[in-house]
Each structure stands twice: as structure tokens, then as C-alpha cells.
Design a binder for this molecule. Structure first.
Ligand code: ATP
Ligand code: MG
Length: 207
């Protein structure tokens, strides 16, 4: 390496070190300012893939830490989900599934509403239970957009849950009110999905 190349490399390394020192000061001060400890409402919405799998990622983290968790899946496809097989018999997880399948499969609004109400009962019990640390309400937004569950009732239960309890809600078209109530909201964008190229659902990736 020539002398010039060597000195350029040294300069670049020093600039990097200075920039990282400034970044660390900034990050450390932001971390020091975040002192509130509370149960979070996390909403994962949008048309892209990654909402339920993110929620179950948080479930895995929570179980890893020994937290007591509850899962309520408001829609269940025809295939057996890996997350259900992994967690449904776990000592730390209470797992409930609506079991009716997608609404375009049942094609029966009355039956869907009855099932949604029964399943909501399980969710409400978890949201009223001080001993539950984390609740996953998977695909619940569809129950609200189809009008199967009363929006006010759901928002009330979410607001009145135990202060330490984290709740993760998934599903497309999260309402304005739900987004307002939430602490963290991610909208997953549908940039590209394999299904649109004719690729069928893949075990482990899609279910
Ligand atoms: P995942 O469970 O994979 O995180 P998701 O919860 O974000 O997906 P859902 O709408 O609940 O999305 O979809 C469930 C199934 O539909 C999954 O198999 C997923 O791969 C697939 N899927 C999700 N988004 C899309 C999309 N934009 N186009 C086609 N299929 C999709
Ligand atoms: Mg989903």
C-alpha cells in the first residue's frame, strides 16, 4: 500500500471513530431519557407479509424470558401453523384459536359472529388477568372491519387491561382509534410477495 493510500485509510478510520463517538453519545442520551416502564400496545398492520410472524417472534422472546403469555387467533387457515404446534402445549402459553377458517371460506356471517364472540370471551379473560404478561390478538382487526365485534368494547378492554400487560394486535386495516391507542405501530408494506409469482405457501415461512 502506498503512503497516500495508507494516510487515506487512517483518515477514514479516524473520521469513522469520531462519527461513532458522536452517535454513541446521542444513542446513550436517548436511552437515558427513556425511563417509563409500562405494558405496551403494539399494532402490526399493513398489506405486506410479516405481521403475525413478528407477533409470534415477540411471543418467543417473552416465553424465553419466562413471561406468562396468552394467544388468541381470530382467523385460522386450513393448514396447521408452526407457531401453534410449538406453543399450544407450552406451560407458559394459553392458546386459543377461533377455528372457523377465513370468512370467505365459511361464507356464513351469523356463524362467524357467534365464533368471534366466543373467541373474544377468551381474549377478554386474558386482558382482565393480572397474571398474564403478554397477549397476542392475531388477526383481530378483521373482526372489527367486518363488524363481527364491537369496536368500542374491544378498545375499552384494551385500555382497561392491567398496566404491566403487553398486547400485540395484528391484521390489515387497523382503525384510526386503535392506532391512536397504541404505543407502537408498524405498517408492513407489500413491496413484493412470492404468492403473486404463483409460488405456493411454504412451510416454516408462511405457516
Ligand atoms: P405472516 O403470518 O407470514 O407474518 P401476515 O400475518 O403479515 O403474514 P396475513 O395477511 O395474516 O399476513 O397472511 C397470512 C398468510 O398470507 C401468510 O401465509 C402470508 O405469507 C400470506 N401473505 C401475507 N401477505 C401477503 C401478500 N401481500 N400477498 C400474498 N400473500 C400474503
Ligand atoms: Mg397474520
Amino acid at each position: 500500500m502506498s503512503n497516500t493510500e495508507n494516510s487515506n485509510k487512517k483518515d477514514r478510520n479516524q473520521r469513522h471513530k469520531r462519527a461513532m463517538r458522536r452517535k454513541k453519545e446521542h444513542v446513550d442520551s436517548r436511552i437515558a431519557e427513556a425511563t417509563i416502564d409500562k405494558g405496551l400496545l403494539v399494532v402490526l398492520t399493513g398489506n405486506g407479509k410479516g405481521k403475525s410472524s413478528s407477533a409470534f417472534g415477540m411471543l418467543a422472546r417473552s416465553v424465553g424470558h419466562g413471561l406468562r403469555c396468552g394467544v388468541v387467533q381470530f382467523i385460522k387457515g386450513l393448514w396447521e401453523c408452526g407457531e401453534q404446534m410449538l406453543f399450544e402445549d407450552h406451560a407458559l402459553v394459553e392458546f386459543h384459536v377461533m377455528k372457523t377458517g377465513f370468512t370467505w371460506e365459511t361464507q356464513d356471517r351469523e356463524k362467524d359472529i357467534v365464533a368471534a364472540e366466543i373467541t373474544w370471551g377468551k381474549a377478554l379473560a386474558l386482558l382482565s388477568n393480572d397474571n398474564i404478561d403478554v397477549v397476542i390478538l392475531d388477526e383481530i382487526t378483521y373482526m372489527l372491519t367486518y363488524g363481527y365485534l364491537d369496536k368500542t368494547k374491544v378498545l375499552k378492554a384494551l385500555s382497561e387491561r392491567p398496566a404491566h400487560q403487553h398486547v400485540v394486535v395484528t391484521g390489515r386495516n387497523a382503525s384510526k382509534e386503535l392506532i391512536e391507542l397504541a404505543d407502537t405501530v408498524s405498517e408492513v408494506a407489500d413491496t413484493k410477495h412470492a404468492f403473486n409469482a404463483g409460488i405456493k405457501v411454504q412451510k416454516g415461512i408462511d405457516y
